[in-house]
Design a protein around this ligand. Structure first.
Ligand SMILES: Nc1ncnc2c1ncn2[C@@H]1O[C@H](COP(=O)(O)OP(=O)(O)OP(=O)(O)O)[C@@H](O)[C@H]1O
Ligand SMILES: [Mg+2]
Length: 318
């Protein structure tokens, strides 16, 4: 779906991106992760020709983008820029309608689709008439996401779409975003410096440093098999939390005994070992109940969590 083949970018003499290559398959989410200034935005913008690569090639949907008109290319790729990029003198409705109008949609269709998306993204019903400055930062980011999604492009490029938000709002906007039905089949490249966000959302993650991808792989690859000290230390601060978070209860439920008691608090199998640990400590429990897909209850103790965690580490290292 997306192929970046040895792309580099020089700004005058400064090499902002050096020899970056990756592939994103249909329906996959790839995350570009890294500290400020490492070249994430530059890499992303080379995919829709907001920045022209100095060398290398990019293919989208099997076509070399160098041969396509930038304006046409950008109509088929949804894009949320780092600072949301809304036009301040356009209302929310006008902002969202930019691409549909270029595509010649009927006004009634644009209105209907806009209303549906704003609803899905939990924006108030009076927001279409408002100007961006009359909305909160989180609402503005939801509008930017709606604008990127309205024409239903198969590819989405998102540059820190949940940035500039406090952690609580960030998690809630991210949750609403992840649940959007329109999102399921999209091929997404997401830029973030938030490690948890990267691990939660990325099928594959490229960790960048000084213009290069240092390591490319799944969350498990980066956490358990770092290629060098930089990758190891990048995750060290939150290592234990992250490692527990990437082990879903679904993976271990069949190993748990049936629960004898019924509990008020329980977890579903889409949650992870970290959630279980949090629930144990928040309610000072000896065990938590995990419900499988058929509603049967199984019991999980702190000793189990430790055991599964150690097993996962050994498996990855072996
Ligand atoms: N138009 C430009 N002209 C000159 N240098 C630039 C330009 N755009 C970016 N750079 C430089 O290229 C490097 C990479 O910038 P980029 O915006 O890609 O970083 P980033 O990883 O997105 O950072 P952040 O997390 O802060 O957004 C930086 O050193 C930056 O100063
Ligand atoms: Mg950036």
């Amino acid at each position: 779906m997306i192929v970046a083949d040895h792309i580099s970018k020089y700004f005058n003499c400064i090499e902002a991106v050096r020899d970056v290559s990756f592939r994103v398959g249909e329906g996959e989410t790839m995350v570009l992760l890294g500290t400020s200034g490492c070249g994430k935005t530059t890499t992303l913008k080379m995919l829709n020709r907001l920045i022209e690569a100095t060398s290398g090639r990019v293919e989208i949907l099997g076509k070399n983008i160098a041969g396509e008109k930038p304006e046409l290319l950008r109509r088929s790729i949804g894009y949320v820029s780092q600072n949301n990029g809304l036009f301040p003198h356009f209302t929310v409705a006008e902002n969202i309608a930019v691409v549909p109008k270029l595509l010649g949609w009927k006004a009634a269709d644009i209105r209907q689709q806009t209303r549906r998306l704003l609803e899905q993204l939990k924006l108030p019903s009076d927001s279409p008439e408002k100007y961006p400055a009359e909305l909160s930062g989180g609402q503005q980011q939801r509008v930017a996401i709606a604008r990127a999604l309205i024409a239903d492009p198969p590819v989405l490029l998102l540059d820190e779409p949940f940035g500039a938000l406090d952690p609580v709002t960030r998690a809630s906007v991210r949750g609403d975003f992840a649940e959007l039905p329109a999102l399921k089949q999209k091929t997404i490249v997401l830029v973030t410096h938030d490690v948890q966000e990267a691990l939660e959302m990325g099928d594959h993650i490229g960790l960048m440093d000084q213009g290069s991808i240092v390591q490319w792989g799944t969350a498990g690859d980066l956490l358990f098999r770092p290629v060098n000290e930089f990758v190891r230390s990048f995750f060290d601060e939150q290592r234990f939390l992250l490692e527990l978070k990437i082990i879903p209860l679904r993976q271990i439920i069949h190993l748990l005994p049936a629960s004898k008691r019924t509990y008020q608090h329980y977890l579903t199998t889409d949650r992870n070992l970290w959630d279980a640990l949090e629930m144990l400590s928040a309610h000072q429990l000896d065990e938590v109940t995990v419900r499988d897909a058929d509603g049967r209850a199984r019991s999980l103790t702190l000793a189990d969590i430790q055991r599964f965690y150690n097993q996962a580490k050994q498996q990855h290292n072996g």
